[in-house]
Write a protein that binds this ligand. Sequence first.
Ligand code: TYM
Length: 333
Amino acid sequence: MKTIYSAIQPSGIMTLGNYIGAVNNWQSMQANADNKCIFALADLHTITVRQKPEDLFNNSMSFYALLMAVGLDVKKSVIYMQSHVRQHSELAWLLNCYTYVGEMSRMTQFKDKSAKHSDNINMGLMDYPVLMAADILLYDADLVPVGYDQLQHIEITRDIALRVNNIYGDIFKVPEGFIPKVGAKIMSLQDPESKMSKSDPNPNAVISCLDAPEVIMKKFKRAVTDSDTVIAYDPENKAGISNLLRILAVAENKSVEQAEKECSGLRYGDLKVRVGESVVEMLRPFRSEYDRLIADKAYLLKCAKEGAEKASEIAEKTLKRFRDAIGFVPRQG
Ligand code: TYM
């Protein structure tokens, strides 16, 4: 039995990049009965950037409903909100004392985010990967399915786990990252050299998993490509077309080579329509299921509560193992 762990920040919208790069794989891993799957909304991570309280609340409810709408099932997987399980914050503190300032300040995402939010370079922004390490290590995860941008954080999680194990013996399982063969980095539709990101201020650059079909079609029709006319998979020289081919491959459940072959005779405009239509079909069932779930807040909260209870039970065992190894006097009773 393998333990699968991953999480997503409930900020802004769930993008097509999040879905293709991560959540889609969570679903296929859940389908394998040999996996024990645990998925979290990383709400504690979101406050490294200032959040309006009502936005954080609404986004958390919305992402929870959406995870279920895309096919994650509370009967098969543990699905919970990170802030409901106190062990995450506690382990993050402990791990802080086994992590060096130098290694945190070298993290790519920290450098990018501190450039973007230069008015609010808070300790949390720098400490973000340690909280992520705590998330993963609490559950003895074997595999962590993520997009390409999170691999560096999984590397540091492994480093921290090995460092602790070297001092105290076998405390943590050392996890492996898992990125999909196709779609580990879906690019912006307006700037195919940069990642599709939920914080992109240009709405045409990003597809939301809840966009209406006509909005999806409009965004794909406007996708930036190049001034050539040949459809070929060539990420170096044809970033826009290659991005569209990757999205098409996932939406139609085929290889990039097959997608490229089928589309090689099309005009750019026709390719954009084909990709748009396939993405509309892939996302279509999510919208109605989401509308149904988000209308029943009491049910969502009940599922989140049960998820947190199951998660805490596992997390507490790992945390206790580490606390005892460090030498803290065990809590009595
Ligand atoms: P987040 O919320 O930014 O993204 C969630 C997942 O989506 C993937 N992703 C993408 N994949 C392909 N193309 C894209 N354009 C794209 N954009 C995002 C991300 O790689 C990620 O897998 N720190 C994490 C959340 C987190 C976490 C964890 C993940 C917190 N604790 C523990 C794994 C394990 C984050 O901010 O992801």
